[in-house]
Write a protein of this length. Structure first.
Lengths: 474, 266
């Protein structure tokens, strides 16, 4: 993945504009946005939360696809799994940026969430599982996966050999090291998969399930959210791995299936909403079909349909063009953003249970600028990581097999990390949840959410320990 | 390597089987749990009854609430952006109905806003009041989205009073800063004061002393608002709540509000 200098300057400019807009918001408060009081004429969650939903779901879905490829060892499309890591990291960072931009008191959040975070709230899940555990685990995964390539660079590169050597962490291309690499890949991917899927579903719950909304509709919203997030993630991944022929054909087929599913779910949800006895749901459905949000709703369906058709045509002809892949990614991402917007905003303006007046929402330049800045920063992060990480990890330094090694120390440290992390995570969760105390009270121990997160990270560190601890000859 | 592959296949098959079993078990357990009633451990259960026959829609309760709780008046910019803060407000009439309904926070027995708060800034106190600790609030506004009655308010900008004169403020209620959520507290500072006075004077707290305790109830010229302990069967509020005219808003939301309406007979 290479970007022209002009593109980088444009992205930097957008990031600076976003930073300026955010400072305006910090100085004047959320009054500079077009968010309003719910029930009195508008939504309290708008573009920032839509951005969070888009970036996080696309990142988590693409990381999950990468993990599945690694667990099933689908070597022909390994490139997808490799590209999913920088893509996932950039997406998660962008989603974090969106959440922080949305908060009324971001600094208080950074202090209070680790101190008194409540696991009963879905927000806890999005912050600890999505922003904390997934991000750090993915960084670890990225570092371990790229060690062979960095070792190769340390030998070949004329610039910064010390840096590449440090990143490679004494990688030696021996049979036992490769075997360890494969084991770690498998177990780390298997362990990460439930965390990623859990994070995706929790995000879907934040968007889909709300008090007053009938349960079936909320659950439908969660499924639609997850499927469309997967479509967005896969379409962007397809663009990133376009150079690999087998991989891009696989991704084109996946995108075709996911967009078809997304269209089916959106249409079924709308038909069911129109037939429901709940007045609020009917109001919401009519607002989408023929009301003020109808333009966005029909645009979403048309974009999904067009993207699906292009992906289907490419996979039937077995020739995947760059223009076709880029168009599909653009269409799918726009459609998914619209889907998030309608699921979130249209419900707040037209789906209220009581007879409050309908609301409106037209995001201000500050909101657009902050979102554009976050997106630009994410693309820059992706390009930087992709540049640092080598494209291939095959054939690194040949060192031959060392003498038979004593693996006891490695296994002991790994087991200690796993068991200690598990105990810490369970303890931290129990203390944060206030178990053995009344529900909805403070954590038993202030800071226990941090203990929970530390436990998760220690479990991830087991992978580092297993792969990095050097062998001691017998 | 072959051993590794075999182990991996067996592991994946085992994981798939156990995940299916766990999912089935969880679904059954969740279904059983949702059928159980929530246990009640509270001594008092503060609640309110609003008689819509008596209510003259004079909005005196709205003004009294603003004054009592240091709610800043709506500025021109906030008005243009529809960002009012009214702990007590009037719900516009629904189609087929002709009258507006005064609507404070419902202080639900099963409040969705409490469940979603990520930092415990909103909680249910032992006497059933859904309270807000604004110092802890991070301004995520999840509680506002979760409230089916839309009875929570976000401070979009710094609060300002005419002439910036803080001497007109009620010293018993702290003004809230920018970036936090606020809501009706059933005037819990007044409840605390009455309870404390009764404790110091070693007197029994009477229902008469409580009936018009919140500012909205005190200011109501037609005495349409009655406050009291719903758990005390002899209280006026419990008697009114048992009336055949008693209704709750959005019963389908399952929140069990403790603000009860006596529907109009005319």
């Amino acid at each position: 993945m290479k970007a022209t200098r002009g593109a980088v300057v444009l992205l930097l400019g957008l990031a600076v504009l976003g930073a300026y807009a955010f400072t305006q918001q910090c100085i004047h408060g959320d009054a500079v946005t077009d968010l309003r009081t719910i029930g009195a004429g508008g939504p309290v969650w708008g573009l920032y939360v839509v951005g969070d939903g888009f970036f996080a779901s696309a990142a988590l879905a693409s990381l999950a696809v990468g993990c599945v490829i690694r667990v099933l060892r689908l070597r022909e499309i390994e490139g997808v799994a490799r590209m999913a890591l920088p893509f996932g990291i950039a997406g998660l960072v962008a989603s974090l940026g969106c959440v922080l931009a949305d908060l009324g008191r971001p600094m208080a959040a950074l202090v209070n969430l680790p101190l008194v975070g409540r696991p009963a709230s879905p927000f806890f899940g999005t912050f600890t599982l999505v922003a904390g555990a997934s991000l750090v685990a993915t960084l670890v995964h990225l570092a371990l996966t790229n060690r062979p390539g960095w070792a190769q660079r340390a030998q070949a590169a004329s610039r910064w050999p010390g840096l590449w050597r440090a990143l490679a962490c004494r990688w030696q291309d021996t049979a036992s090291a490769r075997q360890r690499r494969e084991r770690v890949d498998f177990w780390l991917s298997l362990g990460l998969l439930p965390v990623l899927l859990g994070g995706l579903v929790i995000l879907g719950v934040v968007f889909g399930v709300r008090a007053g909304r009938p349960a079936w509709q909320g659950r439908f919203g969660v499924v639609t959210f997850v499927v469309s997030g997967a479509a967005a993630g896969c379409s962007l991944l397809a663009l990133a791995v376009h150079a690999h022929r087998r991989a891009n054909l696989f991704m084109a087929r996946t995108v075709a299936v996911l967009t078809a599913l997304a269209v089916l779910l959106v249409v079924s949800g709308e038909i069911l909403a129109l037939r429901t006895p709940y007045l609020s749901v009917q109001r919401y459905a009519h607002a989408l079909l023929e009301g003020p949000w109808s333009g966005l709703f029909w645009a979403e369906l048309v974009l999904f349909f067009l993207a699906g058709m292009i992906a289907l045509a490419m996979s039937l002809r077995k020739t995947v063009s760059l223009i076709g892949t880029a168009t599909t990614a653009l269409l799918v991402c726009t459609a998914v953003s619209l889907e998030r917007f309608l699921l979130l905003v249209a419900w707040q303006t037209h789906g209220l249970g009581l007879s409050w007046p309908a609301g409106v929402y037209r995001p201000t330049w500050v909101e657009w600028s902050v979102l554009a800045g976050v997106a630009a920063a994410a693309v820059l992060a992706f390009l930087s990581i992709a540049k640092v990480c080598p494209a291939g990890t095959e054939a690194a330094t040949e060192a031959g097999d060392p003498a038979p090694a004593d693996e006891r120390r490695r296994l002991l440290v790994t087991a200690l990390c796993l068991v200690g992390g598990f105990v810490l995570a369970c303890g931290g969760l129990a203390l944060s949840a206030g178990l053995a105390s009344a529900p909805f009270l403070d954590p038993i121990l202030p800071g226990s959410p941090l203990v929970f997160l530390a436990g998760l990270l220690l479990m991830v560190a087991a992978a580092l320990a297993y792969e990095l601890i050097s062998e001691r000859p017998r | 390597m072959k051993r590794d592959d075999d182990l991996r296949r067996k592991l994946l098959a085992g994981l798939a089987a156990s995940a299916a079993g766990a999912l089935a078990g969880c679904t059954r357990a969740m279904a059983a749990k949702s059928a159980e009633p929530a246990p009640s451990r509270r001594r008092r259960k503060w609640g309110m009854v609003i008689d819509l026959d008596r209510c003259a829609r004079c909005a005196g309760c709205v003004v009294a609430c603003q004054q009592e709780n240091n709610i800043p008046p709506l500025g021109a910019q906030a008005a243009a952006r529809t960002r009012p803060i009214h702990w007590m407000d009037f719900l516009p009439p629904a189609s087929g109905s002709f009258t507006a309904t005064p609507i404070p926070c419902m202080h639900c027995e099963d409040p969705p806003c409490v469940k979603v708060c990520p930092v415990g800034a909103t909680y249910q106190n032992p006497e059933g009041i859904t309270a807000q600790v604004w110092e802890r609030c991070i301004g995520c506004r999840y509680c506002i989205v979760a409230c089916p009655y839309s009875r929570r308010y976000f401070n979009w900008s710094e609060p300002r009073w005419p002439g910036d004169d803080p001497s007109s403020l009620n010293p018993d209620v702290a003004p809230r800063p920018r970036g936090v959520v606020e809501k009706c507290t059933l005037c819990h500072h007044r409840i605390h004061a009455v309870l404390e006075r009764a404790r110091l004077d070693e007197e029994l707290l009477t229902d008469e002393a409580l009936r018009r305790l919140p500012a909205c109830a005190e200011s109501c010229p037609t005495q349409a608002i009655t406050f009291g302990d719903l758990a005390d069967p002899d209280s006026e509020v419990a008697r009114l709540a048992a009336s055949p005219r008693a209704v709750r808003l959005l019963p389908e939301a399952g929140t069990r509000p403790k603000v009860i309406y006596l529907r109009e007979t005319k």
